[in-house]
Design a protein around this ligand. Structure first.
Ligand code: ATP
Ligand code: MG
Length: 335
């Protein structure tokens, strides 16, 4: 049976990239009637420093974003990772399955340590993919909707599942499939079309936040880096134009169309025309979500209640799986 798991780090406010690449897809899967488990991965967030009060706020705000975007906490399981201890426990076992070399080859590790002293990064940041594998496999999830940037981590999750099954001579963990869909599976920075849009980018101008107001959104798109040419008529014409391609893909993602369809409408248009149209579209999609998020954030106790209920339901699935793993590995279980 199909079971979907995915997560987002409360490492900052959610971005348009998180929305188009992940959250929007999460809602579609839920609405297709598939069993869906969605997690705010606070344990992942602390692989880089997080101020405690901000982390709590960002976790609740991310929960509000999920609900505002259409996640129904009755139909989906919605919770924060640290409330279900099985994630961290299985991650330890996976730390002993995965190899150092596998981790060192991860592009997220390379990107997040680029220009920094790798020796001074947290061990948790290096081991990140083992915890992510545990997040997924502790539910024996079969499908993982993610943005393009997480594809390599899902492949590593498959490698961990296969090695665990081989090492212990069992057929216990499924080999999870990444589900990467849509025109905006990789939304790029508004300041640099070769860099992924990220909530942790130091430049707020590089991203659209779900909490940005209409004026801010319009201004960020107006200032977004572009080249001086008009939009081409076909996607081939976007080949060496990363910034133009990014804005076209964002338009397609927001309108639920494709890049060719956007160019059929806007081919030949100047950015002076296209950018305001894109900003209007973004505001029309995001502003109802922002409004609902703000309404939900007025009652943090209710958000905490929802996360607690989700954690109880997640734990009921994860704990028996973990107990089986301990048994397979040879741990004495006598209480
Ligand atoms: P951070 O900078 O802290 O890593 P992030 O913006 O990369 O934050 P994550 O929490 O790491 O967000 O990722 C959550 C989900 O959002 C993942 O499925 C990821 O693939 C997706 N995602 C992140 N950035 C983008 C993007 N720019 N375009 C499409 N999907 C994205
Ligand atoms: Mg990320």
């Amino acid at each position: 049976p199909t079971r979907i798991f995915s997560g987002i780090q409360p490492s900052g406010g959610l971005t348009l990239g998180n929305y188009l690449g992940a959250l929007k897809r999460f809602v579609e899967k839920q609405d297709q009637g598939i069993e869906t488990i969605y997690c705010l991965v606070d344990m992942h967030a602390i692989t880089v420093w997080q101020d405690p009060e901000r982390l709590r706020h960002q976790t609740r705000e991310a929960a509000a974003a999920f609900i505002a975007a259409g996640i129904d906490p009755k139909r989906s399981i919605l919770f924060n990772q640290s409330q279900v201890g099985a994630h961290a426990e299985l991650a330890w076992i996976f730390n002993c399955i995965a190899r150092m070399g596998w981790m060192g080859r991860m592009t997220q590790w390379k990107d997040k340590t680029a220009g920094k002293n790798a020796e001074a990064q947290s061990l948790g940041l290096f081991a990140y993919p083992a915890l992510m594998a545990a997040d997924i496999l502790v539910y024996r999830a079969t499908h993982v909707p993610v943005g393009e940037d997480q594809k390599q981590h899902i492949e590593l999750t498959r490698d961990i599942a296969i090695k665990f099954n081989n090492d212990y001579g069992v057929n216990f963990f499924p080999v999870a499939e990444p589900v990467i869909e849509g025109a905006a599976a990789r939304v790029m920075s508004l300041r640099d079309g070769t860099k992924k849009m990220s909530k942790s980018d130091p430049s707020d101008q590089s991203r659209i936040n779900l909490t940005d107001d209409a004026d801010t959104i319009a201004k960020k798109f107006r200032k977004a880096k572009t080249d001086p040419e008009p939009l081409p008529d076909t996607v081939e014409g976007l080949a060496d134009r990363p910034e133009a391609r990014n804005l076209v893909n964002i338009y397609a993602g927001l309108s639920g169309t494709t890049a060719p369809e956007v160019l059929a409408q806007y081919g030949g248009a100047q950015f002076g025309t296209f950018k305001p149209a894109l900003a209007d579209l973004a505001v029309s999609v995001l502003s109802p979500i922002t409004t609902e998020m703000n309404r939900l954030m007025a009652d943090p106790a209710e958000i905490d209640r929802i996360l607690g209920d989700g954690a109880d339901r997640a734990d009921a699935i994860a704990r028996p799986v973990l107990e089986e793993v301990y048994d397979i590995v040879g741990m004495v279980r006598s209480r």
